[in-house]
Design a protein around this ligand. Structure first.
Ligand SMILES: [Mn+2]
Length: 388
């Protein structure tokens, strides 16, 4: 039974001819709009494919999108964030974006693509798998774990720990998307912040900044629901591939999403040598896969098979040897949902997870790194409840 006959028969014959006519008209209009939308998408995909075939393969993928002619002009009644072509993201844009997403807005593709193009250029300007951060004496760094599409909780972190870029530096340690209801707002806001404050906002790649996970855990569905644009998903994956896997703070603290690698004598140079960009997926490289997927053991030594199907399980002895070999103070990672928000798993290894869940009694955590007079940094844990 289709929409028209279904609704019509439920009216039990009352005013049936008129209702049928009206409902059929509604259905026709709906179909026509869907067809038109599909046609527009095909046309856009064709334009992109043609430009891709003509352009330098090593250039930014976003260069094959022309935001001025590929999309319709913004509607006159549109009151959301605007980003004219060639205009850099500024503070006003960030404020408008936050407000717009707080009310559930869907950014017009023209504006979204411009944010992504700037993000791609920003990430490609430092093409390294190991980003080194040196903090001034009076600057602290807030390390956030998994966000998983929880936009309200992301805004709550900023409220509780300081305005990103202006008051505080942040490192988002991967798994920004998937699972939660608002992955697009989370990743777009964090990308926009990265563009505006490239030396105050840092992003590590998580195992969910990857195609396989996004196809099954919600991000692909959210992108298609909002934009019905497969190239957009491809483009986001390309940008994810330019995210570093690791951040080294003051040469003393290593921050990765999952954990250590099982390769013999694993060290920082192994991370520096990792390939980056060109749509590389975690499973394409054993060490990258380990860094994004591994888990520390609470009790137990050595290396064990990881039941997640990716990465390894590593014991406190593996952490101790790694820290010693690389002259590091500690390892910070995320990837595991823990009740406490942030905890020490075993000596020298901390977990921070920032997607709180009231019904599971899971607190969100932020781990702040403070420089001190010595070469060691001071770690400060902070926890918060899920926002209603
Ligand atoms: Mn993870």
């Amino acid at each position: 039974m289709n929409l028209v006959t279904g609704l019509a028969s439920s009216l039990q014959g009352k005013y049936l001819p008129d209702c049928r006519k009206t409902l059929a008209a509604v259905q026709d209009k709906f179909c026509a709009e869907r067809c038109k939308k599909s046609l527009e998408t095909i046309t856009f995909q064709n334009k992109v494919a043609l430009r891709r075939s003509l352009k330098n393969e090593d250039g930014p993928l976003g260069d094959c999108v022309n935001t001025s002619i590929d999309f319709k002009d913004l509607q006159t009644d549109y009151s959301g964030p605007r980003l004219p072509e060639n205009k850099k993201i500024d503070d006003q844009f960030i404020q408008d974006l936050r407000n717009f997403y707080s009310y559930g807005g869907i950014l017009p593709p023209q504006v979204l693509y411009r944010v992504l193009q700037q993000t791609e250029h920003c990430l490609r300007s430092t093409p390294t798998s190991l980003v080194e951060v040196d903090l001034d004496e009076d600057t602290s760094l807030h390390v956030c774990g998994d966000i998983h599409g929880q936009f309200k909780d992301l805004l709550n972190i900023f409220f509780l720990k300081g305005e990103p870029g202006k008051e505080s530096s942040y490192l988002f340690n991967g798994d920004i998307v998937d699972r939660g209801p608002a992955s697009i707002p989370c990743i777009v806001l964090i990308f926009a912040l990265k563009c505006l404050y490239p030396y105050k906002i840092f992003i590590n790649r998580g195992n969910h900044e990857a195609t396989g996970m996004n196809l099954k855990d919600g991000f692909y569905a959210e992108v298609m629901e909002a934009y019905n644009d497969t190239f957009l998903f491809t483009y986001l994956q390309e940008i994810f591939s330019w995210l570093p896997s690791s951040t080294l703070v003051k040469k003393k603290i290593l921050i990765v999403h999952g954990g250590l690698s099982s390769v013999k004598d694993f060290n920082l140079d192994d991370i520096r040598k990792l390939p980056i960009g060109r749509s590389i997926q975690p499973e394409d490289n054993d060490i990258l896969c380990d860094i994004l997927w591994s888990d520390p053991m609470v009790i137990g030594k050595g290396l064990e098979e990881n039941r997640r199907g990716g990465g390894t399980m590593f014991g406190s002895d593996v952490t101790a040897k790694f820290l010693n070999r690389n002259n590091l103070q500690c390892l910070i990672r995320s990837h595991t949902e823990i009740l406490e928000g942030c905890i020490c798993i075993h000596a020298g290894c901390y977990t921070v997870f920032s997607a709180p869940n009231k019904s599971k009694n899971v607190l969100g955590g932020v781990l702040t790194l403070h420089p001190t007079d010595s070469d060691q940094l001071r770690l400060e844990g902070f926890v918060f409840q899920q926002t209603n």
